[in-house]
Design a protein around this ligand. Sequence first.
Ligand SMILES: Cc1cc2nc3c(=O)[nH]c(=O)nc-3n(C[C@H](O)[C@H](O)[C@H](O)COP(=O)(O)OP(=O)(O)OC[C@H]3O[C@@H](n4cnc5c(N)ncnc54)[C@H](O)[C@@H]3O)c2cc1C
Length: 471
Amino acid sequence: MSDVLTDVKKATGISKDAIAALRMKLRGDLISPGDPQYDLARRVHNGMIDKHPALIARCVDVADVSSAVEFGCDYGLDIAIRGGSHNGPGFGTIEGGLVIDLSRMRSVWVDPDERTVRVEGGALLGDVDHATYPFSLIVPAGIVSTVGIGGLTLGGGVGYLTRRNGLTVDNLLSVDMVLADGTFLTASKERNEDLFWAVRGGGGNFGVVTSFLFKASLLSSVYGGPIFWALEDAEDILAWWQDLILRDPDELSGWYGIVTVPKATPFPEMYQGKKMCVVTWCYTGPGEKATGVFKPIRSYRTPTIDFAGPIQYPALQSMFDALFPAGMQWYWKTDFFKHFEDQAIDINIKYGKQLPTPISQMHIYPINGMASKVGNEETAWGYRDANFIHDIIAIDPDPANNEKMIQWAREYAQSIHPYSLGGGYVNFMMEEGHEGVKSSYGDNYTRLAKIKAKYDPNNLFHVNQNILPQM
Ligand SMILES: Cc1cc2nc3c(=O)[nH]c(=O)nc-3n(C[C@H](O)[C@H](O)[C@H](O)COP(=O)(O)OP(=O)(O)OC[C@H]3O[C@@H](n4cnc5c(N)ncnc54)[C@H](O)[C@@H]3O)c2cc1C
């Protein structure tokens, strides 16, 4: 242990005594290079990210978080906050700095009478669904249950229920936070309202959220799952799906994708390895109406593979978990769209046909319905007039394929960007520089920069899609 502390001291200039004192203060773990668990603890979901933090503070409560923040601030360490570690550019870790790791803070408390859910800052989406579903309650979030509620919520939060219940941030009632000076506060519509506005889309820029309080909504039944069509139908299906999503009631949703059918059961062998288009549906209206709702969907073009049917919500939420295990190489590109005109549809089909690896895909998520009933200035999320998020996702287990994946994603994004609204969803972005962050927030950026200057004037929390403090 003493050799390890000598190494950390050399790298950071922090004395062994100071590190030992922090270790004593924490109820959680302080992990440093050389510790048996260090190599596992430093990893994040994206295998492309390979960083070596000086210290990882695996906190168990607010007091731990506060001690870790104060320590990082006192010793001038770069601080990364880690929730579920799924962030594309790997903002849940930092070379040579301090990781405040919330992975031991995953508790969820449901109040079925008040219909509220308190969720600790390191919980995963699956933790929330597991706790709420027995009460027939949900908090709308993303489509893979291993993602962290922390990063997802702070960036906005998009999933199957966005049209029905809004973004995840639209269901947020308050946050408990540790700020850059180590102090603790609650932000809500009634308390520290400016901060509450900023965290609803502004990411981890303002402090460590130790817990979220969400409004929960009733959900009685779901009919959904993926329906695949032949790649030759991809263009028609995209145009038809887009019209349907813009027209049909909010209780019907579904995201469009071009994917390669996995070489695994339950996919029929004859289609495994083939590129196809898919819509993964989620209908939350009365169960007895579902078959009727899906009749025109099934008759527009004959599906090639049809897995849609009655399904438990947590099962839909975790249906794709196994396709995205930790450690694969990920590279993302994103834009907001109002509408996909013919030229943009052509570009999607062209690049969809060229998916560079079997797991790479393109997705389009609807964000109209309830999410668009909130005004652009009501939360930090600045694209309420967008109807869709476009998501280019290059994925592969083998780093040897990174170059071709990145080239495909960049060329695709460059071709389609001119048809977009100009910015992208922060949760689907790699590091796109300051201009990329600004364009993601549109007109809300200036207000965010002022709130950042008030709560984190020295930009202690800069390992994120960074908003620069500016009065
Ligand atoms: C397989 C997969 C599926 C996805 N599906 C969806 C989806 O359906 N919908 C969607 O909207 N997004 C989705 N995403 C994107 C996801 O929202 C982002 O990757 C998000 O950043 C992940 O949050 P995290 O807590 O897991 O990540 P982390 O890497 O731990 O954190 C991400 C960022 O949030 C900050 N942060 C995290 N927790 C806290 C906290 N408690 N307090 C302060 N800051 C914090 C971190 O500092 C970092 O900047 C998906 C990502 C993956 C890899």
